[in-house]
Design a protein around this ligand. Structure first.
Ligand SMILES: Cc1ncc(COP(=O)(O)O)c(C=O)c1O
Length: 472
């Protein structure tokens, strides 16, 4: 085992050694680790030390203990370096939207559909959601249909949402939330509240392409900040940006950011808030993937916010249904302005829909749905990772602990976008790397989703894609 610098305690040293082994694929996905007895002997440590290290890796979702069989690798953790092509920070530029993104959205395939799914049985959570919403519709009061709801949204739903958030360690009250028509709408309101046309906004790179559409629409400039595959936004790089340019806001996804699924560590969260204070900028937190966490849902950045600088944006699109078109925003110091902007852009949210969803949360159906979904996503991620191990030319794959997708880096020189049209001919929609960058970086990368059930059709589509990319 290597030296003391890797951790003050022996269990930490062993944990780091095992983690490195998993990252370097000394033990591959599904493979068994050496027995506890062997590890004790090899490293000259007590059984309790080995057990402690293994249990910590298990809690991170990297290992699974199987009774009488030992510990198995359930996740191939990516070595945490920034993406290969992002090195120099480019000056802010006006944001633009690529033709390819417009094409993908027209196909209602914002999340790479490989290929379009056949209609199958509805998941139990959606059946029960439909029941709750149907009941709310039937119970609608006589003249509700003639009136708009209050702009901030239904009190009952905001109360349920607040309680849901409190359970993950964010002591928010219903009064701090405003309902919206989805996370994209929340992000739009957040940017309008804290920026003026021409202002500079810092974004993660690679990062969510929907943000680029918003910046383009609002006449804002974008500056890209590198984001590492598993630890997210590089705060040193952000500081360099803030030293050079006046930045009004930074959009960040601390929990399982798309495309790589990174989770921002506690130290980076504290640093981000300190930077926002020092350089007087707003932090727009895109929290949409938090509820997909495979283990405990981490508290949001907003939970650490003492000065109202963080605007949290989210929705039910990734945790429950994209079709609800129901999101929320906690606007901090911009809360009142945001409610006004919600009024201007949406008038009001649907009352029966909100009441139905409130009932769905209240009676425990949402929590039950999240438990089932979490297990399913985790197993779909593992199946996808196992399949990708059979591909050649893969330089790196992210191994997220939540979210709906992973990020694949192929050999430099590979042009993933060139495959877009040929994949489409086979009914496969892909999301190539350049979609996730304002300056068209990441030509050799792509995002692949594990949101869909692991069917034969999907495996065939992935195999075809591997061939098109020259990986099989
Ligand atoms: C990171 C991120 N934020 C926001 C959105 C938009 O979500 P909604 O459907 O709630 O508008 C998406 C959808 O793909 C997303 O991936």
């Amino acid at each position: 085992m290597s030296n003391r610098r890797e951790g003050a305690y022996r269990y930490q040293q062993l944990e780091n050694w095992l983690l490195k082994g998993i990252q370097q694929q000394r033990w591959q996905l599904g493979e068994r680790l050496p027995s506890i007895r062997d590890l004790c002997r090899q490293h000259g440590v007590a059984k309790i030390t080995v057990q402690h290290a293994l249990q910590r890796l298990e809690a991170q979702g990297l290992l699974e203990a199987r009774p009488k069989s030992g510990y198995f690798v359930t996740l191939q953790a990516a070595a945490d370096e920034p993406p290969a092509t992002q090195s120099v920070i480019e000056a802010p530029r006006p944001a633009s939207v690529s033709e390819m993104l417009q094409d993908i959205m027209r196909r209602s395939a914002a999340f790479d559909i490989l290929p379009a799914l056949q209609a199958g049985d509805l998941p139990p959570g959606i059946v029960s959601l439909n029941r709750s919403v149907g009941r709310a519709l039937r119970r609608q009061r006589g003249n509700d249909f003639q009136y708009y709801d209050a702009p901030a949204g239904d009190d009952g739903l905001r109360e349920q949402l607040a309680r849901h958030q409190q359970r993950r360690g964010w002591p928010v009250s219903a009064a701090e939330l405003c309902m919206t028509s989805g996370c994209q709408h929340s992000l739009f309101l957040a940017l309008q509240a804290c920026c003026r046309p021409g202002d500079v906004v810092a974004v993660e790179s690679p990062g969510f392409y929907g943000v680029l559409q918003l910046l383009h629409q609002l006449g804002l400039q974008v500056v890209e900040v590198p984001s590492a595959l598993s630890s997210g936004l590089d705060c040193d790089a952000l500081e360099q940006v803030l030293q050079r340019w006046k930045v009004s806001a930074c959009i960040v996804s601390p929990a399982f950011s798309t495309p790589a699924g990174a989770l921002l560590p506690e130290a980076s969260r504290q640093r981000l808030l300190a930077l926002a204070e020092a350089y007087d900028l707003a932090l727009i937190e895109d929290d949409i993937y938090a509820d997909t966490a495979f283990t405990a849902v981490p508290p949001p950045l907003k939970a650490l916010d003492r000065t109202g600088r963080v605007i949290l944006c989210s929705s039910f699109s990734k945790s429950l249904s994209r079709d609800l078109r129901l999101g929320w925003i906690a606007g901090g110091r911009w809360h009142e302005r945001i409610i006004q902007l919600k009024l201007v852009t949406q008038l009001a949210s649907s009352r029966f829909l909100q009441r139905g969803v409130a009932d769905f949360i209240r009676d425990g159906s949402f929590a039950a749905h999240l438990r089932r979904q979490r297990q399913q996503l985790r197993s779909q991620r593992d199946q996808l990772l196992a399949l990708l191990r059979g591909w050649s030319g893969v330089v790196r794959v992210s191994a997220p602990l939540g979210g709906l997708a992973l990020w694949l880096e192929l050999a430099p020189g590979t042009d993933v976008s060139a495959t877009y049209g040929r994949a489409l001919d086979q009914g496969i929609v892909i999301t190539p790397g350049p979609l996730f960058s304002a300056s068209g970086q990441y030509a050799h990368c792509l995002r692949i989703s594990f949101a869909h059930p692991w069917t034969d059709a999907r495996i065939r589509a992935l195999n075809s894609l591997g061939q098109l990319l020259g990986c099989r």
